[in-house]
Design a protein around this ligand. Structure first.
Ligand code: SF4
Ligand code: SF4
Length: 380
């Protein structure tokens, strides 16, 4: 397993995590088998938003004495008051559901997530109705280790970041969502299908959210990396051909600030399939060819795909471009962590010999040589 720093939490998260939603309403044996496979392969982050008592009990029981091997990403505000999954901002209800989860998982939830902040109404429901105060109290009491939130909307997520409260965000990331204009509510695509005619290159608001998270030290965990399977389906994919799960996972993991991609596996076999990512070759992970048909939409913008490698002087071009994009957000106030990440790269952009091989290979017309010089000027 590969582990990554989860923002400023000080925790290391496995790059593949388990989203437990598909274990809902499944027999205990199935939950047990899926979770055992995850733990046996070093997965240490489990997302549990489901409010149902039975699935929570099954997960807790399946973890058993291995509970301390994982971080539970537990959601505050997910309820099933009317026998179905719901969002509540009513404090007594929110408290009742969360305290029940707390008891089931041994009195501590490592990552306490303010649930589903997508709209201005959601924002106000969390920040004006006591939930944000409640999570801060939970953290002070040690009931939760870190405060996070979940969202599918880059503009609202940015508002939440501006409060300075969260240390992590669970966000929906995949290549199709990133190509939609930020105004498009991507969850609608699950009913409507993905409309590629709306694609206009990587949406700047989404890109800015990821770089802002990296700048602030807010870790991102990823949901919907496979677009509910639509990106893998010949019938539903918006691209010239379906992406593979490995390409989708790699796309999410190459966004700034991303620590872990949570996959909704419901059997041990599905968990093993997802873990194949760890054994995949660079060519199998490379998503640039799949996006190549849309190359004009990306013109000049690095998507961090590494298709331009190798570099004769060992510069990690995608990483340098990523740090440069973060530095460009505010060139007078570049986070020390970004400078130190840059300094720790084996090949630094100052060593660029302007051979041009990368620019020939880049499908998206990125001015790599100019970027390397700019990065060295800003980050050295
Ligand atoms: S420069 Fe081009 S090929 Fe290289 S990582 Fe960026 S987008 Fe990919
Ligand atoms: S132009 Fe610079 S960054 Fe690109 S391959 Fe050559 S040395 Fe590496």
């Amino acid at each position: 397993m590969i582990y990554r720093q989860l923002g400023k939490t000080g925790k290391q998260a496995s790059v593949i995590g388990l989203g437990c939603e598909h274990l809902d309403r499944k027999p205990y044996e199935q939950a047990q088998e899926t979770i055992a496979e995850a733990l046996d392969h070093g997965i240490n982050i489990l997302d549990v938003f489901m409010p149902g008592r039975e699935v929570r009990e099954y997960i807790a029981k399946a973890l058993g004495n291995r509970r301390n091997q994982v971080m539970i990403q537990g959601h505050i505000g997910a309820t099933d008051v009317n026998q179905q999954y719901d969002i509540s901002r009513d404090m007594p209800t929110v408290q009742r559901y969360f305290e029940d989860m707390l008891r089931l998982f041994g009195g501590h939830i490592e990552l306490g997530m303010m649930f589903f902040i997508d709209s201005d109404k959601d924002y106000s429901g969390v920040f004006d109705c006591g939930i944000a105060d409640y999570v801060q109290k939970l953290k002070q009491q040690g009931d939760i280790g870190h405060i996070g939130f979940s969202s599918h909307n880059p503009a609202t997520a940015m508002r939440v970041l501006d409060t300075g409260l969260p240390e992590l965000v669970l966000f929906s990331i995949n290549p199709a969502f990133d190509l939609y204009p930020a105004e498009k509510y991507t969850l609608d695509t699950f009913d409507e299908g993905i409309d590629a005619s709306l694609f206009r290159g990587l949406d700047p608001q989404r890109a800015a959210l990821y770089t802002r998270c990296e700048q602030l030290g807010v870790g991102i965990t990823v949901m919907k990396a496979l677009g509910a399977g639509k990106l893998l389906s010949p019938e539903h994919t918006p691209f010239a051909k379906p992406l593979t799960a490995c390409q989708c996972i790699h796309y999410a993991l190459t966004r700034p600030a991303v620590s872990s991609v949570l996959l909704g596996c419901q059997t041990g076999a599905e968990m093993l399939d997802a873990l194949q990512y760890l054994k995949a070759s660079d060519a199998e992970r490379d998503y640039a060819p799949a996006l190549g048909a849309l190359r004009n939409d990306f013109r000049g913008h690095c998507v961090y795909c590494s298709h331009c490698q190798p570099c004769p002087v060992d510069i990690d071009i995608a990483a340098v471009n990523k740090y440069l994009d973060i530095a460009r957000l505010d060139t007078t106030n570049i986070p020390p962590s970004i400078r130190s990440h840059y300094a720790s790269l084996v090949g630094r952009s100052g060593g660029c010999i302007a051979c041009g091989h990368c620019e020939e290979r880049c499908p998206f017309g990125v001015p790599v040589i100019a970027n390397m010089a700019e990065a060295e000027g800003l980050l050295r």
